[in-house]
Design a protein around this ligand. Structure first.
Ligand SMILES: NC(=O)c1ccc[n+]([C@@H]2O[C@H](COP(=O)([O-])OP(=O)(O)OC[C@H]3O[C@@H](n4cnc5c(N)ncnc54)[C@H](OP(=O)(O)O)[C@@H]3O)[C@@H](O)[C@H]2O)c1
Length: 253
């Protein structure tokens, strides 16, 4: 499908694995000029090499988006190498689980930087030039936890709701200037993150039993929604969250 974004510049963070990589792949197929980033250089380079098979320009920038300095150096590198992004897909690893009664201030501070402030800093860093050019797409990868908190994913439950509220508020500010801001909220998706959180067979079987679709999502299925939100055709969709969860939220029990 031609999403009419060929030649646009897209920055995908957390783009070396899982959902971020699948989004980068979907955008690469549309002929965008890509900047992908993650912390681990080796996996990132391998991902970039793979993405280049689609024939387009792909730049790999190692960066940690959980720090202000990491975001600044990433945005500087992206602008220097290819130009200011027209599309931002804001994504990273999820914060660790922890009981609400037990997480200490240090864990809360880290979760805040990783999950909320990364999205705020990245969006703030790109939105000015998008407004100047009168075109932009910002998509945050969040979680079904924004609609239905997940057991012990306390930091994700709290800070992704913050990302959602930030995105809606920013969407409102820039809606008249050709810039949209949306979220994709994945359900349980077959990636390294899911392996980590649900490593034993019993826990996975119990989790599967709660999913009306009776299977985990593939990263491509989540990416499809994100790529649509980056398209020209999604110009009138803003401030929204698209759940890609196999029917978990709102399911009949
Ligand atoms: N999989 C699921 O079932 C699921 C469900 C709901 C929500 N989500 C959320 O969706 C997002 C993506 O999930 P995923 O399953 O695709 O995760 P994943 O497979 O663990 O991939 C995470 C990606 O982000 C990068 N990353 C992690 N921390 C980073 C940091 N501080 N700065 C820059 N890059 C960073 C990783 O590379 P490096 O480690 O090399 O940096 C990797 O490229 C996560 O926030 C996750 O919590 C996932």
């Amino acid at each position: 499908m031609d999403l009419k974004i060929e030649g646009r510049i897209a920055l995908v963070t957390g783009g070396s694995k899982g959902i971020g990589l699948a989004v980068a792949e979907g955008l690469a197929r549309e002929g965008v000029r890509l900047v992908v980033s993650a912390r681990g250089a080796e996996a990132l380079e391998a991902a970039a090499e793979d993405l280049r098979r689609h024939g387009g320009e792909v730049h790999a920038v190692v960066a940690d988006v959980s720090t202000a300095r990491g975001v600044r150096s990433l945005l500087d590198a992206a602008r220097e190498r290819v130009g200011p992004p027209d599309v931002l897909v804001s994504n990273a690893g999820g914060p660790p689980p922890g009981r609400p009664s037990a997480l200490d201030d240090g864990a809360w501070a880290k979760g805040f930087e990783l999950t909320l402030m990364s999205a705020v800093r990245l969006a703030r860093g790109v939105v000015g030039s998008m407004r100047e050019r009168g075109w932009g797409r910002i998509v945050n990868v969040t979680s079904l936890s924004v609609r239905q908190p997940v057991l012990d994913l306390t930091l994700s439950n709290a800070f992704r709701s913050g990302v959602t509220a930030f995105a809606r508020t920013l969407a409102n500010e820039v809606a008249g200037e050709g810039v949209t801001v949306n979220n994709v909220a994945p359900g349980y998706t077959a990636t390294a993150r899911l392996e980590e959180l649900f490593s034993d067979d019993y826990a996975r079987a119990r989790l599967l039993a709660t999913i009306p679709a009776k299977r985990f999502a593939t990263p491509d299925e989540v990416a499809a929604a994100a790529v649509f939100l980056c398209s020209q055709g999604a110009a009138y969709v803003t401030g929204q969250t698209i759940l890609v969860d196999g029917g978990v939220v709102g399911s009949v029990t």
